[in-house]
Ligand binder design. Sequence first.
Ligand code: ATP
Ligand code: PRP
Ligand code: NIO
Ligand code: MG
Length: 590
Amino acid sequence: MVEKVIAKWNCSGRVVEGPTNPMVTPLLTDLYQFTMAYAYWKANKHQERAVFDLYFRKNPFGGEYTVFAGLEECIRLIANFKFTEDEISFIREILPGSCEDGFFDYLRGLDCSEVEVYAIAEGSVVFPKVPLLRIEGPIAVAQLLETPLVNLVNFASLVATNAARHRFVAGKSKQLLEFGLRRAQGPDGGISASKYCYLGGFDATSRKVIWTVLSMLLAVVRHINLYLPTYAFFFHSNVAAGKLFGIPLRGTHSHAFVSSYMSPDEIIDKSLQSADGSSSCEDFVILVQTWINKFQLSNSLRGIFGETNQSELAAFTSYALAFPISFLALVDTYDVMRSGIPNFCAVALALNDLGYKAVGIRLDSGDLAYLSCEARKFFSAVEKEFGVPGFGKTGITASNDLNEETLDALNKQGHEVDSYGIGTYLVTCYAQAALGCVFKLVEINNQPRIKLSEDVSKVSIPCKKRSYRLYGREGYPLVDIMTGGNEPSPKVGERILCRHPFNESKRAYVVPQKVEELLKCYWPGSSDEPREDLPPLKDIRDRCIKQLERMRPDHMRRLNPTPYKVSVSAKLYDFIHFLWLNEAPVGELQ
Ligand SMILES: Nc1ncnc2c1ncn2[C@@H]1O[C@H](COP(=O)(O)OP(=O)(O)OP(=O)(O)O)[C@@H](O)[C@H]1O
Ligand SMILES: O=P(O)(O)OC[C@H]1O[C@H](OP(=O)(O)OP(=O)(O)O)[C@H](O)[C@@H]1O
Ligand SMILES: O=C(O)c1cccnc1
Ligand SMILES: [Mg+2]
């Protein structure tokens, strides 16, 4: 049956590959999904048609928006959902011996050909309560899908949102480097974080792209390597993610490289060809040393430092010999201002003598605002004193336990950082551990169902619904509205009442200038319904950028952002409250 489904997708131009992580199998679910599946089967209820909504209840990180990610992996799981004999044997082992053989025959034949999946496009900006996915299908299989689908959406969306938030604070012009692999929650945490930070954290304006093209042309003319595109990417240090997803990689070097050097005598091959290949410097170490001497004699630099650390200088020189076209040095191993910066500048100017342009420095400790400003002053003084055009703009990367708050603090203090390396706080989503996605039954055999709770925000919204985003006159999204499946869709220019799902007094009329239906078919099962393509990661990222840019600024700000309105139609409102009263037992006072 699975073969049939995949063949159908083949016809529409694309085979759905298996999940990226081979651990994503039909067994990646909670035991209770199998026990419920057995009980459904035993009661001959397993084929009853269920509708589940996957959604979250609250935006993460104290914000008012979320980036939806993980859909492609959900569809990959669904398209390839099939138990192996080995897996069936294992399920037989873990279930009580009283479970009948027929259930295992049922599992053997199970796939997602009777399941339909409707979803919001991956990379969309999304809001609480509005279904991200709607799963329709036989109840037993839909339940088995609950855990893996929630798992695949939860972290992906959380970390994409975290990346978008870090980008928002850093500003469009800053380069962000994701350094988190060593701190991520295991290998999948690391790979997923890299992929979804790329999805959510990119920012580029057309002006920046044009500038990049111009700077690339300039670089070619000057025979300089294209080492530093200036448009703002999220770059990654995670090599496996680079290979898997084609996302851009970048990195610097560590303290170990610096401290592994004891003296310049360790450098054996000291020769370096000029950038244009026309000449060769036989002793680059001496060239570097002459620059250190010039600095020591310079009026404007004298007094900032005395003797720099020679083992650090040896490490920088050696790194420059290895990477003359992309030299970037970590300058805080011994003393940033008294050693790291002058040593870097000496190597950078020696490279400049040979036609190379150093990329810059990385600061990994201390007061990053202060040190970046001091480093910039030093670069500018060097530019002026030695007439090296552009040297004052040498790149400054900062790292060390950065997060939204520290980026914000740096902005407030004033700094000269051009790019940030961010690890732990970004990839582990330190500020919030989980998005809290849920998967709730909203209909069975065409009968709407509701889950009640003391906490009103936890009451589920029943029915197989449709959802729409309504745009206002200024082009911003105004409100998301959910309607019953059979209600007519909202129309451009037609006034519609949008009601808070649970608060009677909160309601507003909206005359939409644009209406966008949110849920599209991504997995039609064996039905003939047309389905959406799964776009490449780059397209998903582009959608994300566009959507983030289109949001009203007050929804996006960090401090007290305005909540985006999520509503239901008047008819759905009435129905929710009818069902609520119907299902809630009336209390008795004694
Ligand atoms: N100007 C600044 N304003 C606010 N926070 C900053 C500023 N500069 C650095 N930080 C943050 O302050 C923290 C400093 O960390 P910590 O106290 O461990 O010192 P450190 O610089 O790492 O020292 P060392 O590596 O020498 O032990 C980091 O989280 C860093 O991101
Ligand atoms: O955002 P972060 O979690 O700080 O991730 C980046 C850090 O990781 C690396 O060093 P590491 O922390 O391994 O060693 P260090 O703290 O001794 O520099 C790097 O030098 C950064 O400091
Ligand atoms: O490339 C780097 O500088 C890097 C990579 C991972 C972690 N810290 C730094
Ligand atoms: Mg650290």
